[in-house]
Design a protein around this ligand. Structure first.
Ligand code: FES
Ligand code: FE2
Length: 344
C-alpha cells in the first residue's frame, strides 16, 4: 500500500455536521468531521490517551471529545482539554495525527503521507471535464471487495477479462476483435488514446453513441490505482473515474464516478448507477474468487502481451518508492511510446 497519495475516504454527503464518521485507509483508522463552516477534517481515530476510537465520542463545536476520559481534540489534532488534569497545562505530545483533506467530485479525499512526503504537492485527481467547458452531471457508486489492492488494480488495467466478466454489458465473445493500442508514459502512469472507435452493439453503447457513431477515447492509469477514461462523440462527452482504494490489507474499495454532458434533463443517473453497480459487482465476484485461489500461494502469470499493464503497475510502485527514497538516475518503467495488441 503506497503512501504519498490522495485517497477517497467516502462520499461527501456521508459526512455531516455533528456526526463523526469512521473510515479506514491503508490500515489507518480515521475519523472525519464536518465543522460549522462545512469544512471537513480528518484525524487519527485513536485517542492519544488510551487509544479509544474518537469516532465513538462526540463532536463539540469544531472539536471532538473522547468518550472514555473526555479529552478534547481540535481539527489540527492538538489536545485542547484534559478534564481530569488537576493543575498544569495539557502536554504538547498529547495530540493525534491530522490528515490533509479535500472535497472534490462529490468525494472526501484524504492525503496519506509519511516522513518522506508529509504534505501533498498536487490536488487529488479530478473527473475529466469536456474540452468545450460544457456542464456535466455525474453520479457515483462504491463497492467494497475482499481482495488485496494489487489484485484490484491488476483488474483496472486488464482488458482481457472484459468479454468474460462483463459480457452482459460491454462485450460479447463472438464479436471479439484484434485491438492495437499505442501507449505513452505519464509521470506516474500511462495513457492510451484511440480515435475512430466503433463500439459493440450492446445497450450501454447504443445509449452513449446514437447511431453508433465513431468515438474518441482516452484511458489513463495513474498510481496508486486510478483509471480515468473519456469518451467523445461529436459534442457528446462522457467520463469515468474508477479508483481502487486499499482500506485494509484484505479489503479494497472500488469507487466509480461517471459524468456526462448530454441528455442532462433525463433521469439517467439511476440507470448509470445500476450499470456501474452491476459492473463492479461482477469485478467483486471474480476478485474474491481470485483471492481464494491465492490464499496458499500467489500465482501470477504476467508474461503475455495483454498483461503488460499489470507489469508496468508493479514497476511503477517500485519507481515511486525509489523516488521517495531519493534514489538517483531512476529510469521510468514505462516505454516513452509503445504499441500493445490483444483480442477482446
Ligand atoms: S482514552 Fe480517550 S480520554 Fe482516555
Ligand atoms: Fe472489470
Amino acid at each position: 500500500m503506497l503512501e504519498g497519495f490522495w485517497y477517497i475516504a467516502t462520499q461527501s454527503r456521508h459526512v455531516r455536521f455533528d456526526r463523526p464518521t469512521a473510515v479506514a485507509l491503508l490500515n489507518q483508522p480515521i475519523v472525519l468531521l464536518r465543522d460549522r463552516s462545512r469544512a471537513v477534517y480528518a484525524l487519527e481515530d485513536r485517542c492519544a490517551h488510551r487509544g479509544v476510537p474518537l469516532s465513538a465520542g462526540w463532536q463539540e463545536d469544531d472539536s471532538i471529545r473522547c468518550r472514555y476520559h473526555g479529552w478534547r481534540f481540535a481539527a489540527s489534532g492538538e489536545c485542547l482539554e484534559v478534564p481530569a488534569l488537576a493543575n498544569g497545562t495539557v502536554p504538547k505530545s498529547a495530540c493525534v495525527r491530522s490528515y490533509p483533506v479535500r472535497e472534490q467530485d462529490g468525494w472526501v479525499w484524504v492525503y496519506i503521507g509519511n516522513d518522506r512526503c508529509l504534505q501533498p504537492t498536487a490536488p487529488p485527481p479530478a473527473l475529466p471535464a469536456p474540452p468545450d467547458g460544457s456542464r456535466m452531471v455525474s453520479t457515483r457508486v462504491s463497492v467494497p471487495v475482499k481482495v488485496r489492492m494489487d489484485f484490484a488494480v491488476d483488474s483496472l488495467v486488464d482488458p482481457a477479462h472484459v468479454p468474460f466478466v462483463h459480457n452482459r454489458f460491454f462485450r460479447q465473445q463472438h464479436v471479439a476483435k484484434l485491438k492495437e493500442k499505442e501507449f505513452t508514459r505519464l509521470p506516474l502512469g500511462f495513457r492510451t488514446v484511440s480515435n475512430n472507435v466503433k463500439f459493440p452493439n450492446t445497450f450501454v453503447f447504443r445509449a452513449l453513441t446514437p447511431g453508433l457513431a465513431l468515438a474518441r477515447t482516452t484511458v489513463d492509469f495513474l498510481l496508486p490505482g486510478i483509471h480515468l477514461e473519456t469518451l467523445e462523440v461529436g459534442k457528446r462527452f462522457g467520463s469515468i473515474m474508477l479508483i481502487a482504494t486499499p482500506l485494509t490489507t484484505e479489503v479494497t474499495r472500488l469507487d466509480i464516478t461517471v459524468g456526462w454532458n448530454f441528455l442532462r434533463w433525463a433521469p439517467l443517473a439511476w440507470v448509470v448507477r445500476l450499470t456501474a453497480r452491476t459492473t463492479l459487482s461482477q469485478d467483486r465476484e471474480i476478485l474474491e474468487l481470485q483471492e481464494q485461489g491465492n490464499l496458499q500461494k500467489t500465482t501470477m502469470n504476467v508474461g503475455l502481451e495483454h498483461d503488460t499493464m499489470a507489469v508496468w503497475y508493479r514497476r511503477l510502485q517500485k519507481y515511486h518508492l525509489d523516488q521517495l527514497a531519493g534514489v538517483p538516475n531512476l529510469a521510468h518503467p514505462v516505454p516513452e511510446k509503445t504499441t500493445l495488441r490483444w483480442t477482446t
